[in-house]
Write a protein that binds this ligand. Structure first.
Ligand SMILES: *Cc1c(COP(=O)(O)O)cnc(C)c1O
Length: 243
């Protein structure tokens, strides 16, 4: 799913076709799960959703070669990101430093960051992984939290100034429109999304907008009561900002 670029889920079957096409042409498959990994879509990794109902062989073929993670590793409270790689990619970085035939001098892949491997960030990420990867946590996300999230947002669809309500898992985009029937948008410069954010903040809900798209991306630990509040506040804030 495209994140801040518009909260746009890929069409059904698109990812499978993209992965197959890459495999066919020997291209590495990289899943950027910075936004959607770590349980955000109801599975630890978003790519696992390609595997639903498939046999072991097809699952293996639909596995990425690399997965990028960040935000959910530490909830953004500490700076940490990670790139997970398949064994064949990892192996490609290994080797001897000894010169080989046709290759003189030092043989080392010189690459490093000053702030790599923050111990505090890693400790936080390990704690988060332990929690999020647990079966019971993921089951609760899928069977309770995510359905309750979409139920809480559902009334927004009927609002005259809500064009589309879209997303997956715990990630929704609410598109504000001036006139849905006539396909008329609010002028970007009038910052209707930001007006909704300010109205919501005054009601105790902190969210964010990108132009006329209001985002709802709550923490995975959000409670039922907080979800109900989120739905109510967003409706009231859109009402206030657009009236
Ligand atoms: C947030 C985000 C990034 C950027 O991460 P930074 O740490 O801000 O560089 C990259 N990809 C996706 C999908 C993101 O959501």
């Amino acid at each position: 799913m495209l994140g801040p670029g518009g909260i746009i889920p890929q069409p059904e079957g698109y990812l499978e076709r993209a992965v197959r096409a890459a495999r066919k042409h020997g291209v590495l498959v990289i899943f950027d799960e910075v936004a959607v990994g770590m349980g955000r879509l109801g599975t630890l990794f978003a790519f696992e959703q390609l595997h639903a109902g498939r046999g072991a062989r097809r699952k293996a073929r639909l596995k990425p070669d690399m997965v990028c993670l960040a935000k959910g590793l530490t909830a953004g409270l500490l700076p940490l990101s990670a790139v997970l790689v398949a064994d064949h990619v990892y192996q490609a970085f290994l080797g001897s430093c000894a010169p080989r035939q046709g290759c003189r001098g030092t043989r080392t892949f010189f690459h490093g960051h000053t702030f790599t491997g923050s111990a505090l960030g890693c400790a936080a990420a390990l704690a988060a992984v332990e929690q999020i990867a647990s079966r019971s946590f993921l089951r609760r996300l899928r069977t309770a939290t995510i359905p309750a999230f979409w139920r809480a947002l559902e009334p927004l669809r009927a609002h005259p100034h809500v064009g589309s309500l879209r997303g997956r898992g715990l990630m929704a985009g609410i598109e504000l429109v001036k006139d849905e029937q006539r396909g008329e948008e609010y002028p970007w410069a009038e910052r209707y999304g930001h007006r909704v954010v300010l109205a919501a903040r005054a009601r105790g809900v902190n969210t964010r907008a990108i132009g006329n798209l209001v985002l709802a991306v709550p923490p995975l630990t959000i409670t039922r009561r907080e979800l109900a509040l989120l739905g109510r506040v967003l409706y009231a804030s859109i009402e206030e900002a657009t009236k």
